[in-house]
Design a protein around this ligand. Structure first.
Ligand code: AVJ
Length: 334
């Protein structure tokens, strides 16, 4: 039995479960940091444990959550034009960051296979379960696809894929970039740039600014699925850090500001309460109506997209748009 005063993450002690400890160390450190801040926050990257990834698949099926349908349309109807713009002329890799269920990407891959082009698909995802599901679905739908899945976070993967001999098409779809505040977005883009060779391409999804009600409905959804997605953070912390959050004592709130283009999501403490996190050996206090910021989902103008590309050294080859002009997959070149 662990005593209540000993934090779980004492790295000085050799432990059979060393791998698990290491995996959760990052979570422990970041949760400690975020819940100790004046304005509490939990990084949106922690939304995607296996349960969270499966709730996110439900989000993508909601009619209110338009980005998925928009990008599906782009990758289905314009795959030939996208492929034409690649110009690699020899076998290449398609490296997808945050692959998720891969249903949208499959449209592009299918077209490539039909065209007889030689390529290897390298999906990268943080959720092992999501990756295993993806692999199974891909093998079934596209049996001739060459695939090398990698489980882990983006940054630890860059070394695994930088092989200058083979050209790369990087995919960063779904407006995942929108989760990163401006400075972090630039950092991530420059890490992509550094891992690429001259002539390599990046196809990156951006959700565009549009009628604010359309955006609001995508996040403040009437089914409560986005709420469940956010509350799952607390369930995850309960399980992985042995905490005692009472999930029913928290609500979900989100807000779109059409001036800044930011959707911000929060958990709201419904009562004054204290929560014990065993792995940290610490108690955290929440005031009534205190917020925990959980996610940023930035919406973009074309000016912002062009300057993000330029600032990080990329050339914009083409913006592929859906018919409503809600979303763009922007093809950039190093
Ligand atoms: C997967 C990060 C693009 O911000 O729109 C969906 C996640 N959050 N609904 C987004 C999400 C709430 C999504 N991304």
């Amino acid at each position: 039995m662990r005593s209540t005063t000993t934090p779980l993450y004492d790295l000085s002690q050799a432990d059979d479960a060393a791998v698990i400890v290491e995996e959760n160390l990052n979570l422990a450190v970041e949760i400690d940091h975020g819940l100790s801040a004046d304005l509490k926050f939990i990084s949106s990257k922690f939304l995607y444990d296996d349960t969270g990834s499966s709730i996110f698949r439900k989000i993508m099926q909601m009619k209110e959550y338009y980005p998925t349908a928009c990008e599906f349309e782009i990758l289905s109807l314009q795959s030939a034009q996208i492929i034409d713009s690649l110009n690699f002329g020899r076998p290449f890799n398609i490296v997808e960051f945050g692959a998720g269920d891969g249903i949208k990407t499959r449209q592009l891959l299918k077209k490539l296979l039909e065209t007889g082009i030689d390529f290897t698909y390298v999906p990268i995802d943080i959720s092992e379960q999501a990756l295993a599901d993806l692999q199974e679905n891909m093998i079934e739908a596209l049996p001739e696809l060459k695939m090398k899945p990698l489980a882990g976070d983006y940054f630890s993967m860059f070394h695994a894929i930088s092989d200058a001999a083979t050209p790369n098409l990087f995919l960063f779809l779904g407006s995942n970039i929108g989760n990163y505040p401006a400075e972090a977005a630039s950092e991530l883009l420059s890490s992509f740039y550094a891992a690429m060779s001259s002539g390599d391409k990046l196809l990156i999804g951006f959700d565009l600014q549009k009628n604010p009600k359309v955006i609001r409905n995508a996040y403040d959804d009437p089914h409560g699925i986005t709420k469940a997605f956010n509350l799952n953070l607390l369930t995850r912390i309960n399980r992985e850090l042995q905490a005692n959050f009472q999930v029913s004592q928290f609500d979900f709130y989100c807000h779109y500001d059409p001036i800044s283009g930011e959707v911000k999501s929060y958990l709201v403490s419904l009562v004054a309460q204290k929560v014990w996190i065993q792995a940290l050996g610490k108690e955290f206090s929440f005031q009534q109506n205190e917020l925990i910021w959980t996610e940023l989902s930035q919406k973009y103008t074309f000016e912002q997209i062009n300057s993000l590309a330029k600032e990080n050294g990329f050339i914009v080859n083409h913006n592929f748009l859906d018919c409503r002009h809600y979303f763009t997959d922007s093809l950039w070149e190093k």
